[in-house]
Design a protein around this ligand. Structure first.
Ligand code: HEC
Ligand code: HEC
Ligand code: HEC
Ligand code: HEC
Length: 391
């Protein structure tokens, strides 16, 4: 929920200190009941995770994490009652995944999820009518869990980032997973007749009296789902805080000296007026303005693709409104060019992999290299209208 790249965790700590409370406030607003601790959460710097847990109006659950003294640092489970119907919810994280990582917080131990689940489910079953496991184990291990531990009605999984368009049934357990990064909300509806504890049947299929039915939809959060005004207000406050505290500058770790491999497009323009004119008419020339219009020009999460060489030594320096390195300018595609000046080498070819650094699945789902090159060519009066790559 809090970050996407462990290798950037240290550099991004100033950003996390502002973003994590935003995430928690948003989840509070959305009315979450519980969250499962995943392996990445365990990598967070201590103060950030502790702040998140204490700011949350819902518990962070984990039945199989233990701290150095063998104590569970999180609540193993939660019981909610709805008109006398009692629902037990517990959390599990994969020990294999955690073991493979170096993490900052003390030394956690992660117990075997199957053994832990057996104990917890037995305990929950004594007083609950329904048991839900929140897991960060992956689809394969979710099936293993359902096969080897009796008494789990539903597993809501994570880790494998799989978008399940139909829920899977393993024995008496429904397994569902709604992808990653909050792009979808998984909606699982179950119907249980009194005394119903029989096999699960997808809703709509003919059922026997005692059957329990379910229907599952991963609802995609696209433009047709309107933004909630309370969340928008939180985001606006967040953007302003990022600017006030100059977070982008803090996380970009620029060496302050003038010795930079980047030179800025004013230099390129001196010798390449034709390419520069073409570029000026392309959308890359207003990529930064796009962020300004959205009040996102202080957000490191956006700058990384909407300016040149963000967070690289000598790249765009946040707050400077540097006209040469703001936007996706020449050196974002051709590489740093200070030493080129017509003599030294510079990359002519801009292979697909360079474009894909920004035009990824999330931010540019319709990207096709050749089509997009052609689109850029439309801004041209000859310069790469038919780039050699397409000849
Ligand atoms: C440093 C990041 C970055 C790189 C590298 C990059 N782009 Fe872009 N590109 C963007 C951004 C950001 C936009 C959106 C600009 C805006 O409208 O504000 C964009 C927009 C575009 C558009 C306009 C899309 C439309 O529908 O109008 C095209 C075409 C395009 N890029 C092609 C390419 C191609 C081809 C490459 C590689 C040769 C490439 N880009 C490399 C960031 C990048
Ligand atoms: C991984 C790179 C990447 C990141 C991170 C990124 N963008 Fe973009 N953005 C792009 C690309 C590439 C396009 C062009 C997509 C296309 O047309 O195919 C784009 C397009 C846009 C557009 C549409 C431009 C237009 O005029 O239609 C907006 C608005 C935008 N981005 C805002 C943001 C904001 C706000 C953030 C941060 C929350 C952000 N972007 C983060 C790469 C990125
Ligand atoms: C979105 C990525 C992108 C950006 C930004 C970009 N270029 Fe290019 N440039 C290309 C591609 C792709 C080619 C064609 C490469 C090939 O022929 O394989 C190219 C070709 C060139 C060439 C060779 C032209 C020829 O006729 O052989 C020059 C010179 C050049 N670019 C300069 C610039 C300058 C100067 C800027 C900034 C004003 C710039 N480019 C911005 C992608 C980009
Ligand atoms: C002092 C003038 C000068 C400046 C400044 C300059 N270039 Fe060039 N550039 C040239 C000349 C001349 C060539 C042709 C060299 C050749 O054909 O060997 C060239 C070639 C290129 C090529 C094609 C390389 C190839 O292998 O065919 C690219 C791409 C390019 N420049 C991009 C840039 C970018 C980006 C900048 C700014 C960072 C820039 N240039 C700044 C003069 C300049």
């Amino acid at each position: 929920m809090f970050f996407k790249d462990v290798s950037q965790l240290e550099r991004e700590a100033p950003l996390l200190r502002v973003r994590s409370p935003l995430v928690i406030k948003a989840l509070n607003t959305m009315g979450y009941d519980a969250a499962n601790v995943g392996w990445m959460d365990l990598m967070l710097p201590e103060e950030i995770l502790d702040d998140a847990v204490s700011g949350a109006a819902f518990p962070f659950l984990s039945a199989n994490v233990r701290d150095e003294s063998g104590e569970p640092p999180y609540k193993p489970y939660l019981i909610r009652e709805f008109d006398g119907f009692r629902v037990g919810i517990f959390g599990l994280v994969s020990p294999r995944v955690v073991a493979g990582k170096r993490y900052k917080r003390g030394s956690y131990r992660v117990l075997d999820p199957l053994e832990t689940a057996r104990e917890v489910v037995e305990e929950l079953r004594r007083s609950c009518d329904f048991v839900i496991a929140l897991t960060s184990l992956g689809v394969k291990d979710d099936h293993a869990l359902a096969r080897s531990v009796e008494g789990i009605d539903v597993i809501l999984g994570g880790l494998t980032k799989k978008v399940m368009y139909t829920a899977e049934v393993e024995g008496r357990t429904v397994i569902a997973q709604a992808g990653s990064k909050g792009m979808r909300i998984g909606r699982l509806e179950v119907e249980i007749r009194p005394g119903g504890s029989g096999p699960w049947v997808p809703r709509g299929e003919t059922t026997t009296e005692a059957a329990r039915t379910f229907s599952w939809t991963p609802v995609s959060l696209q433009k047709n789902i309107k933004d909630h005004p309370d969340i928008l207000a939180l985001l606006e406050e967040y953007r302003n805080t990022l600017k006030e505290q100059q977070i982008a500058r803090q996380v970009s770790r620029q060496p302050l000296g003038p010795q930079s491999a980047y030179t800025g497009m004013a230099t390129c323009r001196e010798c390449h007026p034709r390419e520069s004119a073409q570029w000026s008419r392309s959308p890359h020339a207003h990529a930064f303005v796009t962020l300004v219009r959205k009040n996102q020009d202080g957000n490191p999460d956006c700058l990384s693709c909407h300016v040149t060489a963000f967070a690289e030594p000598g790249g765009y320096r946040p707050g400077s409104e540097d006209p040469d390195l703001a936007n996706v300018q020449c050196e974002a595609c051709h590489g740093a060019g200070r030493s080129h000046r017509g003599r030294g080498r510079i990359n002519l070819r801009v292979p697909e992999s360079v474009c894909r650094g920004c035009h990824n699945m999330e931010n540019s789902p319709t990207f096709r290299y050749e089509n997009y090159l052609r689109k850029l060519g439309e801004h041209s009066d000859g310069y790469f209208r038919r780039p050699p790559a397409l000849r």
